[in-house]
Unconditional design. Sequence first.
Lengths: 403, 712
Amino acid sequence: MADQAEVVFVDGVRTPFGKAGDKGMYWNTRADDLVVKAIVALLERNPNVPKERIDDVAIAATTQTGDQGLTIGRTAALLAGLPKTVPGFSIDRMCAGAMTATAMMSGSIGYGMYDLAIAGGVEHMGHHPMGSGVDPNPRFLSERLVGEDALVMGATAERIHDRFPQLTKERSDRYAMASQQKTAAAYAAGKIQQDLVPIAIRTEEGWGLATRDEMMRPETTLEGLAALKTPFRPHGRITAGNASGLNDGATAAILASGAAAKELGLTPKMKLVSFAFAGVDPEIMGIGPIPATEKALRKAGLSIDDIDLFEMNEAFAVQVLSFLDHYGIADDDPRVNPWGGAIAVGHPLASSGVRLMNQLASQFTERPDVRYGITSMCVGLGQGGTMIWENPNFNKKAKKARG
Amino acid sequence: MTDYTTIDFDSLAALSDDEVVTRSFVRDIPLSDGKTLALVTLDNGRDHTRPNTLGPVSLLEYAKTLDALKARASAGEIHAVGVTGKPFILAAGADLTKVAEIPDAETARKMGQLGHYALGKASELGVPSFAFINGLALGGGLEIALNADYRTVDASVPAVALPEVFLGLIPGWGGAYLLPNLIGIENALKVVIENPLKQNRTLKASDVLELGIADALFPAVSFLEDSIRWADGVVSGRIKVKRPNEPGKVERLVKWDVAIGIASKMLKSRIGSVPRSPYIALDLLKAAKNGSKAEAFAREDEALAELIAGDQLQASVYAFNLVQKRAKRPAGAPDTALAKKVTKVGVLGAGYMASQLALLFVRRLRVPVVITDLDQERVDKGVAHITEEIEALLGKGRISPDEANRLKALVTGTTDKADFADCDWVIEAVFEELEIKQNVFAEVEQFVSPEAVLATNTSSLSVEQIGAKLEHPERVVGFHFFTPVAVMPLIEVVKTPHTDDATLSTAMVTAKNLKKNAVITADTPGFVVNRVLAKLLGEAMYAVDNGTSFEVVDEAIAPLGLPMPPSQLLDLVGLKVGAHVLDTHHSAFPDRFYRSENLHKLADYGKLLDKDDKGKVKGFDKGALKLVSGGKNPLTADEILTRLQDGLADEVHRMLEDGVVEAPEDVDLCMLLGAGFPFQMGGVTPYLDRVGASERVFGDTFHHPPIKGVGA
């Protein structure tokens, strides 16, 4: 039997996120190329990671066909030039795909089976629109296993507004605008770009280079948001402005056991404390992060007050707000998504989990006063996922100085 | 000095209204420190099967694009310019269809000037220029890169080359000057002269880096991203580019002329002095040692004008198109859907030729191959020989151990023809005697299915006669290889009056699966290649028998620029075989083919050439010369050449009248692929037209209009 091992997040990168569809920058770029280029760049900037020592490559995608099919973890490993001795597999938990890949690889490392692993995700929502090719079992409806809103994410978000009337559209819009502004500020300070992998893109005007997220709207105003249509209900609350968009993108991260990191001279950016996934009613999936976080905190022996940074996936503003209200955290609490979130940069479903980790890891580096942070996200069909991380740079004096 | 800006290139563009235009697209790429690289993408809008080419309209657009970028550079808007191609292709060079259509020498000169005008702008932008060689870069495609200040290359590029000399051209858009001054004269000679003449060998990415053509190499997976980052490093000064192969003073003073001298000698011994372009390329490389770029470009313009207006280029482009296009769509081939599956091959015979055939079939088709012969000993020897050849391939790393095991397991030997029962393709390579061949076919027919194809590798017998004793002669086809079987790309597929379409189609598809080019011929003596060569050797021996020396004969035929003189051809095919070929043609066409008694004497004597230990020809064997002496009416070189030209024109004309092949193009294809006739002759018929032999003999030309230059 192997001994339990410490699990560390060594490094993570992502592609700039593009706008899905034929007008988006990745329309002529393959999904697998996106994740392959992310893996290549990740390994290039971590030259101390011996490629042949990587024990597995777990890549998530929600729609596993076409350029996201063929067991993309294995094909991506081959295309990225990893030795043929390195295995790989694909994994799916919709929006939490990359987070699940990270969690499952962490489990394998923690149990002592793996020393090094790559976890990531990709979603080309232009090539694979949400729900394409699905064939839901008729029992879902005939036996009313789920409400009719369950498969329409915007409709599930409307239901959060129904359940918590204090979560008004105005609060959602204000939160969304702040996300745009925080992201713009983070870009201006060069914070986001540090983990972006430039991608060559083929367009009708020749080759270009994607270096920034495509859908950011820093000029967003409350008036502008108020005027947007509510496509999921007449006079509803969910709009394109207070939700994440439809995007193309990929992420990849290196995970290691503490011992392997030490042996190879790697500098971990985060240490894993705990993770948990939980289920809720599918028709109100956006509240999933709450039970997931409860579970993860319990496993960690921590309380919400121990958490100094929150990287929440912003599938919808209201879904983040429901989480904040639950814990009594203010809508504009500076601990929450300090660099903005998916409403601004985008949410290519299965890839987003590692983006949250990248940003938390970067903040850990510049915040030695912070000991614990969480990454959390809601998942289609009524789920939530949370991973709690510890900052290796934590310094008690810095925390005291902050007061 | 030529001021290219004063030249009116509109006449070229007007010639090119059907050009597949390679567009020059531009996008700005952000670099570090707020700088910008303008990236030009060359893209003709087609997929990778139709590479970017550079016709007049494409070049003018490229020039205009670079002019606009120069203006932006001087306005401080951009800080670097990059050029790259569409996926898998940078550019495959000049649009050869346009080159062949040039009406006069003045237009030919302008083609060179336009290339210099457009491509040269890359070094005069006021900001550094980069070429990102992302894929295929041939000729003018590579010259686009050479005209830039820096180059990167994708590790997966299929081919990078300056193949102009192979086609009768020279790298005349700067290549002949820029390349030696970038990578040194010896490396440049390899790229410009040696490689094109070695079956048009091309460079891999690692060669491109090692030779110093590219400054950096990046893997395909992120080639463009890495190239842009590298360019950023160069622009910002973080990366210093070193070019160890750039020629220094010593190289220019000492090595340069010596290298040219050696190359010149090598050329003369390998290809003779008939082809113009290699020697012109050599002159340009020599002159590239010193002087300005502008002077060099002007020299290249003149050289291109001469070559493009000349006969050899037109014949070469014609030959190139035959080999590239007609060879892939053979004339007269039935629908490939009619072809029968070949799942097991039987080889009748286990001698050298049979073993070579068995090896080729098993390597390419990867189906069971069974060989047979008169006794077990011969069979065992044949199988052992094939096994050794497979082991040799394994030893050279050409095949994997698994592949070697697979191939060896597929080859078996037998003395029992019943083991041929499930063969659907049987080929015979037994002794070249009609009755023997008839009998082995008749014997094997008892065992195989009525649909199995029976192919014969005969070179001199009637295929129809070979099948005369069969119940099903419709499944007989000639399948004539050229030695060495593994190397020579041609198969003459011989159709008898009985051969049915399914059999013919099977033969054509099988040839293709063997990675050979097949030409369909009628069942007439010598088919195509041997009939033309028999004419050539017959005329040579006719002159010798009449008292002309071998030297004079060889010299007389030298203006054709054949790969070797007749005396060496006789030595190569073997004197006995040569005598036999002349005999069979003489008996078929006694009026036109010469039978040489002296050649039989030489064959018995066994030697014509005097060679050193390494096999290099020193001269003629004295005893041999004595044997053939005594003729009373020696011919002059001119007489020999005219007799040969006229004889060939007559024979090829008759072959076409008799429908031996569909068209003169097929004769040429056979001679190019089966006998190594040079591109500058266009095979044989363009040459016969341009020297007037066709007019003299049958009052017309093979081609309308004849394939020849527009004159200087």
